[in-house]
Design a protein around this ligand. Structure first.
Ligand code: WTA
Length: 660
């Protein structure tokens, strides 16, 4: 790729431009810029054409039915997501193509062809059916990154049951809340999962959760780590025992395009996680299309998205997008630094990975570990790189480009969300000039804007709220069981215009490129994972020693943001600490462990700071903005609305003196 300085606008912070090279363009799935104008001139026809990628049992009779803020895509169309991801490929040469390449943390490997996958999925579906799972049910999945996680998802889809995958790093309490919110009747888990050579006891966690889940009737346990676990007679079943008698094959449920495919929980600004609902026809069309166009997928490619299936990125670009397209998708169970810091590069080398999709937080960790790790592996198979989860810093982009992409691979920086289901802002690698740090432009068929709080577009170069102006096929349909919260969260923030409010700030430069500025609400993005300040604070306040807590996201070199928490302790506890009965360090460790127990390891705060008082407005709102100023060592912003300005001044002095 050629580097050329932008000459148009000296105001740009980042003025490097990387133009697509002609060779990449010549072979690209999308070669011509006309696609944008075509999609804009009639987005319905555009999306209807894309839906032809799928096999429908019955065609739709209306492309889209938009009754803001509720939408239906491919109205009355009938299809099955599992059929599209598995069965239909058996009718082609792909039947013996690798569908899933798996590498486990301990180094074990498995390759499942589409035919293998069909056998495993149909068997799994028959086991679930025998355990009572039916169309319309909800099934919770709490598993590591092993093929059975994808198989379980597809088996649910085959039966017409919605899955709710809960990330294996979440705590029993988090699992319980998600199971109860969805009213799941069955949960699928494993005995354990591997984490840097140690076992995370998933079955035990599930037992703890399910003890408080009245809707759960059965638990299906896949063997992974092999340690002893207790099984409750009549409730718990080993998959490897039921699998023996299970039939291979069997039909797929015919699902309506708008039938629910899955629920996936994500953090919002208030305490309770939101069950984001995705349906079948639009979602699958959206992820298959974007996977094809943005990742430039060829039949010979090995595609590796490093996300866990517990997140939306794993749903859309490990499982549904790639498999709908008949791709070879790689699943890796472990961590990038186990047993050594070149694990990712060893995997790229071992399987000849062509397309790699990972997160800025990982890239920053690789930078820290040093370029000697990728340098000692053969990465010449790579031809395209992707990034997702948070804004990528230009330095990290340049490092990724040089040390991983060998300066020949385009980088697609993809902006999207759990709620959007599919990538909405990204380069198309054959045609879009790249600017490090910018997600570039909305994909064809998607209409975005940057607006002020009244919904009016802001001038180019100015910051505002990122919004979507038209419905897109893979958009969320609602929050499970709570239409009102769906309306309030995404549609009522900017009243009167039916603009989808993403919760991110953005600006556009003079080429109309989007620069995502991060969250504008109380959501903390730790290593690409969303946590709400409320959730973290509730977990702290739940501890008997804590009176009040304020959580903020603080800039962090690797994780993007880290959690800092300001705590006021109950006065009896403060006295105990003053008398030396318990040290501050002991208290901090105890509180950190408590939050990990309540939410999971991703919510472990980097620092816990004790304070007699929190800065509040006269109406009693905690001013997190000022706490962020303190934590990041900035001058304090506007303090005029504070009830007692002395509180913040003292807090700042003590924080800087590290006097927690
Ligand atoms: C952030 C992950 C900048 C953003 C797919 C969004 C990004 C939130 C990018 C969604 C990107 C994701 N550039 N920011 N390329 N991708 N984000 O739901 O704040 O886990 O709102 O979905 O991550 O996170 P979620």
């Amino acid at each position: 790729m050629a580097v050329r300085k932008a000459t148009i606008d000296t105001l740009l912070q980042e003025d490097r431009i990387f133009h697509p090279d002609t060779e990449f363009n010549r072979q690209a799935n999308v070669k011509h810029r006309e696609i944008y104008a075509e999609a804009r001139s009639n987005s319905r026809i555009f999306w209807a054409m894309q839906a032809e990628r799928l096999e429908w049992f019955q065609k739709w009779d209306q492309v889209v039915d938009w009754q803001p803020p509720f939408v239906k895509w491919f109205v009355n169309g009938k299809l099955n997501a599992c059929y599209n991801c598995v069965d239909r490929h058996l009718k082609t040469w792909r039947k013996n193509k690798a569908a899933i390449i798996f590498e486990g943390e301990p180094g074990d490997t498995r390759v499942l062809t589409y035919w293998d996958l069909w056998r495993e999925v149909t068997k799994f579906a028959n086991v679930l059916r025998d355990l009572g799972v039916q169309k319309g049910d909800r099934v919770a999945i709490y598993m590591p990154m092993i093929p059975e996680a994808a198989i379980a998802m597809l088996a649910c889809a085959r039966l017409g049951a919605a899955h709710s995958v809960v990330f294996g790093g979440f705590s029993p309490d988090s699992l319980r809340d998600r199971i109860n919110d969805a009213g799941a009747k069955l949960v699928i888990t494993t005995d354990g999962s591997w984490r840097r050579g140690k076992i995370v006891p998933l079955k035990k966690n599930t037992d703890l959760a399910v003890a408080e889940c009245p809707t759960i009737e059965k638990m299906l346990v896949v063997r992974r780590t092999g340690q002893e676990v207790s099984m409750q007679e009549g409730r718990d079943f080993w998959y490897h025992e039921l699998e023996v008698g299970a039939q291979v094959g069997g039909p797929c449920e015919e699902m309506d395009s708008e039938d629910m495919l899955f629920i996936l929980y994500t953090s919002g600004t208030t305490g309770k996680p939101k069950g984001v609902v995705h349906t079948t026809g639009g979602y699958l069309t959206g992820v298959a299309t974007t996977h094809h166009m943005i990742f430039d997928l060829k039949d010979s490619d090995v595609f590796w998205c490093t996300a866990d299936v517990g997140w939306i990125t794993g749903h859309s670009y490990v499982v549904y997008g790639p498999l709908a397209n008949g791709a070879t998708t790689l699943m890796f169970e472990g961590a990038p630094d186990w047993p050594e810091q070149d694990r990712f590069w060893a995997i790229v080398e071992r399987y000849g990975v062509n397309i790699l999709y990972t997160a800025p937080t990982a890239i920053r960790a690789f930078m820290k570990w040093g370029e000697q790790w990728p340098a000692r592996r053969d990465l010449s198979s790579l031809r395209l790189l992707g990034s997702v989860g948070e804004p990528i810093n230009p330095e990290a982009w340049m490092w990724y480009h040089k040390h991983i992409g060998g300066q020949r691979c385009p980088i697609v920086d993809t902006w999207w969300q759990t709620e959007t289901g599919m990538i909405l802002i990204s380069a198309l690698p054959g045609i879009t000039p790249l600017k490090p740090g910018s997600a570039t432009v909305p994909v064809p068929g998607v209409e975005a804007d940057v607006v002020d709080k009244n919904g009016n577009p802001v001038l180019l170069g100015k910051g505002g709220f990122l919004v979507l102006k038209e419905p897109w096929p893979a958009m969320m349909r609602t929050i499970y069981g709570d239409d009102q919260r769906y309306i309030d969260t995404y549609w009522n923030k900017i009243p009167g215009k039916w603009l989808y409010f993403a919760g991110d700030g953005a600006r556009r430069d003079y080429h109309n490129y989007y620069w995502i500025l991060g969250r504008v609400d109380d959501v903390i993005n730790v290593a690409g994972h969303r946590l709400s300040t409320m959730e973290v604070e509730s977990a702290f306040v739940d501890h008997p020693s804590v009176a009040e807590a304020a959580a903020i996201g603080k800039d962090h070199a690797i994780k993007g943001q880290a959690i800092s928490v300001f705590i006021t302790l109950k006065s009896s506890i403060s006295k105990e600490m003053d008398s030396g009965a318990k040290t501050r360090k002991e208290m901090q460790d105890e509180l950190k462990a408590h939050v990990v127990r309540k939410i999971g390891a991703i919510a472990r705060p980097d620092d816990v700071f004790f304070t007699a008082e929190l800065p509040k407005t006269r109406s009693g709102k905690i001013m997190r903005r000022l706490l962020r100023d303190i934590a990041e060592g900035r001058a304090l912003g506007d303090t005029t609305t504070l009830a007692d300005p002395a509180v913040i001044a003292e807090l700042k002095n003590r924080y800087e003196a590290k006097e927690s």
